[in-house]
Design a protein around this ligand. Structure first.
Ligand code: HEM
Length: 324
């Protein structure tokens, strides 16, 4: 009799545990989906922002937050107004998406890890700061530091969103492999510095001035030279992964993407200069490539470097939980 009731308790416990896991994973799946949409929307936003700058459409809407005093400025619509208007619309949608995720995380706070609402609040803060910088770019008539801050915060938003997504994917990493993360963090930092120099270069028109009058070439030269430490750090990471075979086996897709993006970034930079900055496609491509490079690096930093091991570990802990 005692044996039977013990067995019944175990079965009820098991069903409860499975139910609970499914229940929780349902919420996490929603956040993961919303997170992937946010990453796409952010990259699109950065590219449209680049196109807006290249087409010199940054002041095409003279007021803020509306455009020519209207939500849909049909009467003033042309390519430049469309770009600036669409940039704002996408930014608005990204803001709403982040606010939505934050609100859901507050409503479901008992069902999700408690770090989630906190990180969403950071994201919300960043998006508010980003909106303010967007307004300041118009008010300050595209002041170089404001434009630079605007792009760097966009990259920070992208990095935070991807790190949240990856943390949701690997809820229980056994050992996060600190040295690997540290090694990857280095090129990310260098790329952010390089992007800072890059936006200063474009927003002060230094590249144009250097090419036309051979003046103010210092920023352009620093930008070109800075590609070397970035390339070197990526080579170092690849070498480390080749040395630790398991890292290469698990992360080769990301590492190959990183190497490809590095070379195409340099090629797009060279092509932009060779065409005297007259081909918007190369300049916008350079900006898109930079954001993809940052996205892949961030994914590599925060993803579980040994997914199969992580899966085994997760399954093992479930089994241990069930057995006990
Ligand atoms: C390897 C890493 C590199 C990264 C992460 C990077 C990133 C960036 C970023 C974020 C911008 C600002 C884009 C904009 O505001 O439209 C920029 C601008 C620029 N970059 Fe790079 N860049 C890299 C390498 C290079 C190289 C090797 C060259 C040339 C040999 C180059 C040439 C340029 C030029 C000319 C601009 C200014 C474009 C303009 O004035 O519109 N970049 N870069």
């Amino acid at each position: 009799m005692v044996f039977k009731s013990n067995l019944l308790c175990k079965i009820i416990g098991f069903v409860h545990l499975i139910n609970n896991q499914l229940y929780k994973s349902k919420y996490l799946t929603i956040f993961k989906r919303l997170g992937s949409h946010s990453v796409l929307a952010l990259i699109a936003l950065i590219v449209i922002g680049g196109a807006t700058r290249v087409m010199e459409a940054g002041l095409a809407c003279p007021d803020w937050p509306l455009c020519y005093g209207s939500f849909l400025p049909f009467n003033h619509m042309n390519l430049r107004v469309f770009l600036e208007w669409f940039h704002r619309l996408d930014a608005f949608l990204v803001g709403i998406l982040i606010l939505f995720k934050f609100s859901l995380s507050i409503i479901w706070k008992n069902e999700i890890p408690n770090w989630l609402p906190k990180t969403y609040s950071i994201l919300l803060f960043l998006v508010i700061v980003q909106g303010s910088f967007g307004a300041l770019t118009v008010i300050n008539l595209l002041d170089s530091y404001t434009v630079t801050g605007h792009l760097l915060i966009a990259f920070l938003l992208l990095i935070t969103t991807i790190s949240i997504n990856q943390n949701l994917e690997n809820n229980d990493i056994e050992e996060p492999l600190i040295w690997w993360r540290f090694l990857l963090f280095f090129p990310l930092l260098l790329t952010l510095v390089q992007s800072f120099i890059g936006v200063r270069l474009s927003s002060t028109w230094s590249a144009h001035i250097c090419l036309s009058f051979n003046k103010q070439c210092l920023i352009l030269n620093i930008h070109k030279l800075f590609a070397f430490p970035i390339a070197f750090s990526i080579l170092l990471i690849t070498a480390a992964a080749i040395y630790k075979r398991s890292l290469l086996n698990e992360n080769w897709k990301y590492l190959s993407a990183l190497i490809f993006l590095l070379f195409s970034q340099i090629a797009l930079g060279v092509l932009s200069l060779k065409t005297n900055l007259n081909e918007p496609i190369f300049i916008i491509g350079h900006q898109l490539n930079a954001s993809l490079f940052i996205a892949i690096l961030t994914t590599l930093i925060f993803r579980n470097p040994f997914t199969k091991k992580g899966l085994n570990h997760s399954l093992n802990s479930q089994m241990v939980g069930i057995n006990t």
